[in-house]
Design a protein around this ligand. Structure first.
Ligand code: NAD
Length: 357
């Protein structure tokens, strides 16, 4: 029996979720494009690019491959891919398919946003983190020496095509990293979802387990939450800022680790610490950070860091979420709800929380 395709809309982008969707991608494309360029990375390309190219054979697909890894989410990779598109003579009738995790999605999305002043992009996320978070919402970007995602653009995908069967090849560590964003969705919007994730985390983080059905439910629920938040506030003027829970310290931790930590691992630590920050400020209900830490640890994710506290605080200074010199943190009132989208926090308070780990 063929599973039905689930549909959502996120800030103007169509989302389709179905097993083996990659093989029938052409059926879901609503495009006048004559040509498709598939941008992927050196891990995902050998596994899945041939399926994508076969599915899009009528659009003369060309596959461009960037090296895998956060360290390649750079202006150099953007320039290389853009030059390759120019060398191909790709015109405005080209659609770019981003086939990969969040790194490919962010880089290929930014290439699409800037190539010939913008060509359409179809996001085909292949990691759990990208399926439930990075591919949705139209943010694209690059890392620069000053910090993560500091160069980028909003570029809403024409389609986000989620094929959960692609997770079969995802390494276990990457699966766990994706669970961090699911836990975040529970914390910011849905206490019952959080409780389910906390309970089922060991099963969900085991790729060999019978968690596949549960994983489909997780993907749908997280996609629904992220879609609702970005649709309410596509340009991050207010509500969308809650998606940054765990990310202000998380991005600093990710960069300070030299990207040795996966994005989701750094976010897991960031969520525990930012929940503690909220408790220290009296913004967040007591017990929230303990619950977040338990969920994170049950998912096999790290919950603390030994990285230098002063260095981490210094790194938050380049954070985009800054008002009048103070860094704005997205701190929940309790699991599932916010009273205010963001709270300005003095560096000294952050230092105290970091040093008390
Ligand atoms: P990633 O893209 O580096 O993917 C993780 C690893 O898994 C890579 O080595 C990749 O090659 C591999 N991989 C991916 N899918 C695979 C598959 N199906 N089979 C085998 N290997 C596979 O990292 P990620 O965790 O997917 O995404 C993290 C990135 O996403 C960060 O750069 C982060 O800033 C970004 N992000 C962006 C947004 C946004 O709104 N644009 C939101 C959250 C995160």
């Amino acid at each position: 029996m063929v599973a039905p395709t689930e549909s959502y809309v996120a800030a103007g982008s169509r989302i389709a979720i179905a097993p083996r969707l990659l093989s029938s991608l052409a059926d879901h494309l609503d495009t006048t494009a004559h040509r498709v360029v598939i941008i992927t990375d050196s891990n995902v390309g050998p596994l899945h690019a041939a399926t994508a190219a076969a599915a899009l054979a009528a659009l003369h697909p060309v596959v461009l491959t960037m090296p895998a890894g956060e360290e390649h989410k750079t202006r150099a990779t953007w320039a290389q891919l853009t030059d390759e598109l120019l060398a191909l003579g790709a015109g405005r009738d080209t659609v770019i398919v981003a086939l990969g995790g969040g790194v490919v999605g962010d880089v290929a999305g930014f290439v699409a946003a800037t190539y010939l002043r913008g060509v359409p992009v179809v996001q085909v996320p292949t990691s759990l983190l990208a399926m439930i978070d990075a591919a949705i919402g139209g943010k694209t970007g690059l890392d620069v020496p000053a910090g993560k995602n500091l160069v980028g653009a909003f570029h809403a995908p024409a389609l986000i095509a989620i094929d959960p069967t692609l997770l079969a090849t995802l390494p276990a560590r990457e699966l766990r990293a994706g669970l961090a964003e699911a836990i975040k969705h529970g914390v910011i919007r849905d206490a019952e979802y959080f409780a389910m994730l906390r309970e089922a985390a060991p099963l969900l983080s085991d790729p060999a387990s019978a968690a596949r059905e549960a994983m489909r439910g997780l993907i749908s629920r997280s996609v629904a939450i992220k879609s609702a938040v970005v649709s309410n506030d596509p340009r991050e003027q207010g509500e969308r800022k809650i998606l940054n829970f765990g990310h202000t310290l998380g991005h600093a931790i990710e960069a300070a680790s030299g990207y040795a930590l996966r994005h989701g691992e750094a976010i897991a630590i960031g969520m525990v610490l930012e929940a503690r920050l909220g408790e220290a400020l009296g913004v967040t209900a007591a017990g929230t950070s303990a619950a977040v830490r338990d969920a994170v640890e049950r998912a096999g994710l790290p919950s603390h860091t030994t990285l230098d506290a002063a260095d981490l605080v210094a790194r938050t200074a380049t954070d985009k979420k800054k008002t009048a010199g103070q860094i704005e943190y997205a701190l929940p009132a309790h699991i599932g709800a916010f009273d205010r989208w963001t709270v300005p926090v003095p560096d000294e308070t952050v230092l105290t929380v970091l040093r008390a780990q």
